[in-house]
Design a protein around this ligand. Structure first.
Ligand code: PLP
Length: 352
């Protein structure tokens, strides 16, 4: 509750130290332990996730917290072969030397082979950038039966698009750098879980590793979250319109969008996603055509990342994803959809 005269927007608390005469118990003390602005953004995230949340300075810092706080030497983990590349790089370069081994599996057949012997299964659905999907409830059930925990990277969907904890996942991780902040001006991440031991472990990791978010970044994410619902709604609605119109365009092959009836992900998407998302992918004939399409489309920013208010696209072979040279990942923004379609169609028609 606000007192009369309090500011309506969230106050930003930039503080490394807090006034703590005598025993500091029950109050803020030091900026690596806690901060009122972190608490505000975590409170909002917890409301959206339906679970306690811990904020981190990036999506990768959130993923690192889960790995380093919950795994030990001798553990095996399972990662998506087609998910965000840095997650595999983290496991390969920094978990392996500590005696934690990993295997990879395609998202579309993640259940095949079961989960015996794994401590943790990690899925990303829809996977970035290929947009394949796996059945979260079925993976959670099989992983639990084998004694593994399930972490879901929900970055491509946000809590408005998909609620993995409701399907039995133990942990949700998200890069709030993307749609939750939504303005392409900050990196942030969070871990959500209904398991109090997991939350205690990752917040303990944050405190002693020092992987803490800045208060100003937390404040910006808090502001972004206030409009996530309306931005996400607009972006998904526009993506549905654009994907339908892109179908059958002569310059395009391999169009993927979970909302299209013919998409291999469609039935599962209907069952577990609230919306079909704002990412579309397709393949143009060559690297040159893909670059030409992206760089000469009015209203499209050539940029990595996704989920911002401005429509952007990237030729993902640039990021060493295992995709064809002309593979384009399109992140649909908040521009008026008819103007966006005119711009996209004009840029594609030149290539056909
Ligand atoms: C961007 C992204 C991340 C990493 O987030 P950062 O904030 O860049 O560290 C993790 N997972 C997925 C699916 C992403 O798209």
């Amino acid at each position: 509750m606000l007192a009369k005269g309090d500011p309506i927007p969230l106050p930003l608390t930039m503080a490394a130290i807090f006034h703590t005469p005598g025993d500091a118990a029950g109050s803020d003390e030091y900026g690596r332990y806690d901060n009122p602005t972190w608490r505000a953004v975590e409170h909002m995230l917890a409301h959206l996730e339906g679970a306690p949340c811990v904020g981190f300075p990036s999506g990768m810092a959130a993923i690192s917290a889960v790995f380093f706080a919950l795994l030990k030497a001798g553990d095996r983990i399972l990662l998506p072969a087609d998910g965000y590349h840095a997650t595999r790089a983290l496991a390969d370069r920094f978990l392996k030397p500590f005696g934690i081994t990993y295997d990879v599996r395609p998202t579309s057949s993640f259940l095949d082979g079961g989960f015996d012997g794994y401590r943790l299964a990690f899925v990303e659905t829809p996977a970035n950038p290929g947009l394949d999907i796996c059945d979260i409830a079925a993976v959670a059930e099989a992983a639990h039966r084998a004694g593994a925990i399930l972490a879901v990277d929900n970055t491509t969907m946000t809590p408005f698009g998909q609620r993995p904890l409701d399907f039995g996942a133990d942990i949700v991780i998200a890069a709030d750098t993307k749609a939750p902040n939504g303005h392409s001006d900050v990196l942030f991440g969070h871990v959500a879980s209904r398991n109090a031991d997991i939350i205690a472990a990752v917040s303990g990791w944050r405190e002693v590793s020092g992987a803490i978010p800045g208060p100003f970044e937390a404040w910006l994410v808090h502001r972004g979250l206030e409009t996530l619902d309306v931005r996400f709604d607009r972006m998904c609605s526009s993506a549905e319109v654009l994907a339908r119109r892109l179908q059958g365009h002569p310059a395009i092959s391999g169009l993927r969008y979970p909302g299209l009836e013919g998409d291999p992900s469609h039935n599962l998407a209907r069952a577990q996603m609230e919306r079909f998302g704002f990412l579309i992918s397709f393949v143009l004939d060559s690297e040159d055509k893909a670059e030409d399409f992206i760089n000469n489309c009015a209203l499209m920013q050539a940029a990595t990342s996704f989920g911002g208010v401005h429509t952007s696209a990237e030729r993902r072979a640039k990021r060493s994803d295992a995709v064809p040279p002309g593979f384009v990942r399109l992140s649909v923004g908040c521009e008026p959809v008819e103007e966006l379609w005119q711009a996209i169609a004009a840029s594609l028609d030149r290539l056909a």
